[in-house]
Design a protein around this ligand. Structure first.
Ligand code: MN
Length: 133
């Protein structure tokens, strides 16, 4: 069953990404598979939307114009409510550095940039524990 057939069930993704091209691409491939996308272009906006909307999953770019992604991750993971939302870092960092960051901040995982547009929605579905599109 694709997420499209499961309305309202664990499929709202908050995308915290300042690069418009990257944000557009990720939105497109996820919307095509039935995910709803919330978008923030700064860390502060990302924290605001996460708090207000409590999305099912958060995708986090590390290079943001106001605060870095690590600051956003630290904030989200110390919040009692938001800490349980899967937080996935999307980064061009080498895998070892990305893994260290993810472990240090208690994130649930990372996805390398540039994203593989076929694999991307499947990875998101896996993190949400819903059937792969
Ligand atoms: Mn960036």
């Amino acid at each position: 069953m694709s997420p499209r057939e499961m309305p309202g069930k664990r499929r709202t993704v908050l995308l915290i990404e300042d690069n418009p091209k990257n944000a557009r691409l990720m939105r497109r491939v996820l919307e095509r598979e039935g995910f709803s996308i919330l978008h923030a272009a700064t860390g502060e906006e990302g924290i605001e939307i996460a708090t207000e909307e409590e999305p099912d999953l958060i995708l986090l770019d590390l290079g943001l114009p106001d605060v870095d992604g690590q600051t956003v991750a630290a904030y989200l993971k110390q919040d009692e409510t938001l800490a349980s939302i899967p937080l996935i870092v999307v980064t061009a960092w080498p895998s070892e550095a990305a893994r260290e960051m993810v472990d240090a901040y208690g994130c649930e995982g990372y996805i390398g940039k540039p994203i593989d547009t076929r694999e991307f929605p499947r990875l998101i579905a896996n993190y949400l524990d819903i059937p792969s599109p």
